[in-house]
Design a protein around this ligand. Structure first.
Ligand SMILES: *Cc1c(COP(=O)(O)O)cnc(C)c1O
Length: 377
């Protein structure tokens, strides 16, 4: 049986990327490696649509978030964080640890924060030093209107704008420079079609100046050190050499397809996935759907464990469970990264098989037909 991964991180890795990572290891101060890293630095600018540096850290995505908060701020700095799910909550945790001064805006799961609310908060807290946002909240499959939020924050405040773009980069349209972001982070195991292990962090000129001027205490996750090395296409510590070589290939694939085409593909696949779920009688969870991951409510009376076992054991398909309060109540299908139209037929077809096995009442083929109809037009 083929194993098929439909989780929003890790995501499937293309063969040409795996083959590059299987090459013999080379030394990281070798010109051959520094050439590869220089190409990666260039291609990451294309991915984030920026002329600013995007540093590569050997860490998972959270390491990028921690590097950003700990490098840009000091104790006492006031941060606004938006918590609409597990990953927004992570911004709050980091803010509390590193600055101890956090205004947390709670947003119901499945909803996006409104620009009006952010404006109110900025007016109430004119001393805000940073606003931490999540572009695509993976736990709830919800996308925020980052473009509008950025322009609003820029208009009313000097606060730095930090964006968790971990499942948005490569799925949602994003222009780091044009939209006025200061920090944006992604992780290798998400839209980049890579195994876990790298965090990529874009840093604006404004943020670079603040980082330079601050005396922070962290050692390894230091954006100041990473930026200084980046200028010479180097890294401050031994980087994850094989992952960076793999990343150079993944970024070539991204260049080949074109970033606009990639955004369009994610929008199309996510729309088809939502149609497929609805046609099987499942309600969608988010009022502002992410193009990376689709959460849907389990049908009434269907047991998650039983359904998931059927999917995984009998059909080889791994999807993601609901988290926290929604464990056992919703499930999440990823279409982030290396997926195409036929993959959406596969996952919805697999879900139909599992639903049939656990006794859900529906018309066999209804989901697949909806996916076909959405994609063939
Ligand atoms: C996966 C994810 C993270 C955490 O990344 P790790 O690589 O697990 O550290 C953070 N934010 C979002 C939105 C994510 O999807």
């Amino acid at each position: 049986m083929k194993k098929r991964l439909f989780t929003p991180g890790p995501t499937p890795v293309p063969e040409e990327v795996m083959l590059r990572m299987a090459e013999p290891i080379i030394h990281h101060r070798n010109p051959e490696f520094m050439d590869i890293l220089s190409g990666v630095h260039n291609d990451l600018k294309y991915l984030f649509q920026t002329a600013q540096p995007v540093v590569v850290l050997s860490a998972s995505g959270t390491g990028g978030m921690e590097a950003a908060v700990s490098s840009c701020f000091q104790r006492g700095d006031k941060l606004i964080t938006v918590n609409g799910g597990k990953f927004g909550a992570r911004w709050t945790s980091l803010a509390r640890i590193f600055t101890g001064n956090c205004i947390e805006e709670m947003v119901p799961w499945g909803e996006a924060v409104t620009p009006e609310r952010i404006l109110e908060l900025l007016k109430a807290h004119p001393d805000t030093k940073g606003v931490c946002l999540t572009h695509s909240e993976t736990s709830t499959g919800t996308a925020s209107d980052i473009q509008t939020l950025c322009s609003l924050i820029r208009e009313h405040s000097d606060a730095l704008i930090l964006i968790d773009g971990i499942t948005a980069i490569g799925a949602h349209e994003f222009h780091f420079d044009e939209w006025g972001a200061d920090i944006c982070i992604t992780g290798s195991q998400k839209g980049l079609m890579m195994p876990p292990g790298l965090a990529l962090v874009a840093v604006s000129e404004r943020a670079q100046q603040i980082i330079d001027a601050l005396d922070t205490t962290q050692f390894y996750l230091s954006l100041k050190k990473a930026l200084a090395s980046h200028a010479g296409d180097d890294t401050p510590f031994t980087p994850a050499v094989s992952l960076i070589i793999g990343l150079s290939q993944a970024l070539k694939m991204i260049r080949r397809e074109g970033i606009e085409q990639i955004w369009n593909r994610h929008e199309r696949l996510s729309a088809a996935c939502r149609k497929g779920c609805e046609a099987l009688g499942m309600r969608l969870f988010s009022s502002s759907p992410s193009f990376a991951v689709t959460p849907a409510w389990l049908p009434e009376g269907i047991d998650w464990e039983e359904f998931n076992a059927s999917l995984k054991v009998n059909n080889g398909i791994t999807i993601a469970a609901g988290q926290d309060d929604y464990k056992g109540r919703i499930f999440r299908i990823s279409h982030l990264g290396y997926y195409d139209e036929l993959d959406m037929l596969t996952v919805i077809g697999g879900i139909e098989r599992a639903l049939a096995e656990v006794g859900h009442d529906f018309t066999i083929g209804a989901g697949v037909t909806a996916v076909q109809t959405a994609l063939i037009d």
